[in-house]
Design a protein around this ligand. Structure first.
Ligand SMILES: Nc1ncnc2c1ncn2[C@@H]1O[C@H](COP(=O)(O)OP(=O)(O)O)[C@@H](O)[C@H]1O
Ligand SMILES: [Mg+2]
Length: 380
């Protein structure tokens, strides 16, 4: 049976990220990055925009650690060419601290403020007030791939190929900076107005030169080495690509159970049920990603991600044209205005008291006076 609800991310920190034990380097994952993220320019707007410039239009989603609002920039209504609607991710600071996500939230901001890719959501500005930290992003109006997949039940290999190929390009780009994403799943993939995917939710993304040890991600998508606390790196993202590919083709993930422990058992046991209709080439692709031995896993061998691009399942894909967004997408989400939210759940508005800085301007000193943990989010 396919799970109905969207699935929650988890983070059970067994070893604090920064205390990661020193580990012999030089495995297939332990390469120097092709590019350094710290060399990339920060593309956030400095000054000029403030929280009170925005009005809340609705709630787009609630995740494990906060909520995402649809907001409108008040003064942009006269100029139809300028972007007026944005997604604002709101995270409660006390919750971030309680759930030990301070490092993750700061990494999310650090990474998203420097990366720039056609298949990754854009971050424009960040703020904080006495209660929350805020991340202002482009509003991606087509809804989650999750919604479209559950509606269609499953995708054809051609549709699956389009989506998977874009994700592979996004991950290849991130990995070139040694950024691992760690939370691939259809809930975190949004369709933009042209039907192209945008990767959102960098809550678990991390710059990792070799391996890291935190057990985080979403149970159905975890690679065996994450469950076994063996140290994981880029190869865990390629494993998740195998899970995503299977889920798109079949309609439910390859390792499924009612409880997370049941799921972990199935992942470690490695048995995959192949529905009868699945063609041999698709099977061979999924199997190549879902190799428990990460030194033999597609994407993580000597040829790196190029091996994926060269896999026969992708024959005929024009990767450059795809990255230039020149290929027609399989589903063009219908929207009638820039604030159309028909593709999202209709969730209630947050109470005004929960978003103080959006309602009334707070000064930085007021934030610091009332909020003893503001110093943990200095970049916001
Ligand atoms: N830029 C965006 N545009 C539209 N909806 C978004 C955007 N970012 C997030 N969402 C919606 O909000 C949900 C939760 O956001 P996400 O960043 O995944 O938070 P969490 O870390 O809590 O899972 C997403 O699954 C999606 O439905
Ligand atoms: Mg999410």
């Amino acid at each position: 049976m396919a799970p109905r609800k969207s699935r929650e991310a988890i983070d059970i920190s067994r070893v604090r990220e920064n205390q990661a034990l020193s580990h012999p380097t030089g495995g297939p994952e332990g390469h120097r990055p092709l590019k350094l993220l710290e060399d990339e320019e920060v593309h956030l707007q400095k000054g000029g925009v403030k929280l009170t410039d925005f009005e809340v239009r609705g709630t787009l989603g609630t995740g494990t650690f906060g909520r995402v609002l649809l907001v409108r920039h008040r003064s942009s209504s006269n100029d139809p060419s300028s972007q007026s609607h944005f997604a604002l991710k709101v995270l409660r600071k006390t919750e971030i601290v309680r759930l030990r996500q301070v490092e993750h939230v700061n990494a999310e901001r650090y990474i998203l403020s420097r990366v720039h890719h056609p298949f990754i959501v854009d971050l424009f500005a960040t703020f904080q007030d006495s209660l929350n930290v805020y991340m202002l992003m482009s509003y991606i109006p087509g809804g989650e791939l999750f919604t479209h997949l559950r509606r269609a039940q499953r995708f054809t290999p051609d549709v699956t190929r389009f989506y998977l190929a874009t994700i592979i390009l996004a991950l290849k780009y991130l990995h070139s900076y040694n950024i691992i994403y760690r939370d691939l799943k259809p809930e975190n993939l949004l369709l933009d107005s042209r039907g192209y995917l945008r990767l959102t939710d960098f809550g678990f993304a991390k710059i990792v030169d070799d391996r890291t040890w935190t057990l985080c991600g979403t149970p159905e998508y975890l690679a065996p080495e994450i469950i076994q606390s063996d140290g994981h790196g880029k190869a865990a993202d390629w494993w998740a690509c195998g899970v995503l590919c299977y889920e798109m083709l079949v309609g439910y993930p390859p390792f499924y159970d009612e409880s997370p422990y049941g799921i972990y058992e199935k992942i470690l046991n490695g048995h995959i049920h192949w529905p009868r209709g699945m063609d041999p080439l698709s099977r061979s692709l999924v199997r190549a990603f879902l190799n428990p031995d990460r030194t033999q896993r597609l994407g993580n061998m000597i040829g790196g991600p190029q091996d994926i691009l060269d896999h026969p399942w992708f024959r005929g894909v024009d990767w450059d044209a795809l990255e230039r967004r020149e290929i027609n997408a399989p589903i063009i989400p219908h929207t009638s205005s820039s604030d159309d939210t028909r593709h999202f759940l209709h969730l209630p508005f947050p109470p005004a008291a929960e978003i103080p800085g959006l309602i009334q301007e707070e000064t930085t000193s007021a934030i610091q006076r009332f909020d003893p943990i503001a110093y943990q989010f200095l970049e916001f």
